[in-house]
Write a protein that binds this ligand. Sequence first.
Ligand code: 6R9
Length: 572
Amino acid sequence: MEGTIPPRKIGNLEDYETACKEFAWASVDKEFSWSEGGVYNVAHEAIDRHASNWRRNKIALYSITANNEVRKYTFGEIAEISSKLASGLTKLGAEIGDRVFIYLDRTSELYISLIGVTKMGAMASPLFSALGPEAFKDRALDCGAKYVITSPYLYKRIEPVLDDLVDIEKIIIVGDNADLGDITVKFDDVVASGDSCFKTVSMQPSDPYVIHYTSGSTGKPKGVLHGHKAMIQQAYTAKMILDLNEDDTYWCTADPGWVTGTSYGVLAPWYLGVTIVSYEGRFDADVWYNLLEKYGITVWYTAPTALRMLMNAGDEIVEKYDLSRLRHICSVGEPLNAEVVKWGDRVLNHRIHDTWWQTETGAHMVCNYPCMPIKPGSMGKPIPGVTASVVDENGNEVPPKTEGYLAVRPGWPSMMLGIWRNTPKFKEYFRVPGWYISGDLAFKDEDGYFWFLGRSDDVIKTSGERVGPFEVESALIEHPAVAEAGVIGKPDALRGEIVKAFVMLRPGYEGSDELKKEITNFVKTRLAYYAYPREMEFVTTLPKTRSGKIMRRVLKAQELGQPVGDLSTLED
Ligand code: 6R9
């Protein structure tokens, strides 16, 4: 095929077409210890199993702090501390099915907590430490979180909203909890109170182990539930698409507050017995290249915005580092520009393998396999065991090169189990008979490769983070100067999209740069450090439907100088 980058090596999967023909999820399922009547729990598969074999003394985690301190843990150590945590949580009163928030920076306690909470059969909900009090409150109220594992500085963000969070029973503090009040208890004390012989609870395949909050067009973020059986697909793809093997050292740059950070940042690599590297600090090209060199990273999973930042940092800087251990690079979260793929091929001497999936799909769906020729700019092809296509409103598959909805036949193992207390929202994904509708627009080419075109709804992807315009609008109108607000995603060369807000002020307020800064900061600190409007425009009216809904698509079309389309529902 013309214009493709051929594979340099063959990975764990030798031939895509044959794999698709012969594939059955049941045979993947058979590889798990649970299929022989063992404990059915992803924490058991990821950690306990290794702690009772020769991997006990193998390094599971290098956790590098923002100050460059390194903390090392073996599989045996993670197993022991997480068991004690699970047992300690039980002694505090935590029960199977309780929701436990993990609101931490990317430290080793975050990884240990995720395993500990899962071992005792509770549902973990890891939250980005970038979230502010309002975002925390919305999520905690939605699922009635009972326990929170956090740090002293993040606790300060919970404190102002704590009175409203009546379901919270204990807040477990990593670090010193002196002066933080009765509701808090020290993480170290909970671990010390626990029993290292704690038996990981055996769950059902469709019992949830995690809730990931994610954004849609309307309403506040929804809690997407994933079950223990999701690991079947996560493990298969970690092996076949990320090409992970026993002796790899792997760095997934995603935070566990995001589905990528739990599935491919923790559980699937640990299931495969792989050593993972985690870095708490922020992006910096030198620091990142240095980590790749210093830890001899062999497999690297990252995101387009980071890759674009590295590309912008220049080609010379790459030469300062020895990246010869690097074997395989994958990307996820937003469209990966053809230009970046070509840069990777030329400068990093590696093809960058794009992967498409969603919080809701729980694992890879459409990907570039190690064994496939890559068409730069394409997301690749559906993985074996997944039937994906591009369809119209009625579920009919459209011809090649025709735009339509990216859709998947239901029945893949890692599909979300549901949305926490929101069945109508869950059902919306299945509104077209026979298909799961992803919300993305795409086309397929003659060779069966998928190409991303955009979202069919108002969801914004900024630096790979999924942001719902409603959540930002709600935060904006909490500011005393703001009467109404409309929020869109505006294309941006570096971040994919940025959040842009159109703000109508209340009478008596004058639009000024100072006020812009104040409102921006208000959203940043109350909602989230990544979800604030990087651009703001004061307006005197907003386009609305007759029922009073702000027409974001009109705002967007105006912003981009495009035709505004059908205005029959517009208010005047
Ligand atoms: C894992 C994850 C899902 C949305 C998805 C799409 C966008 C993800 C992409 C991509 C183009 C890719 N997206 N991967 N767009 N190319 N390879 O990203 O989950 O945060 O739920 O976002 O992200 O729009 O629908 P999530």
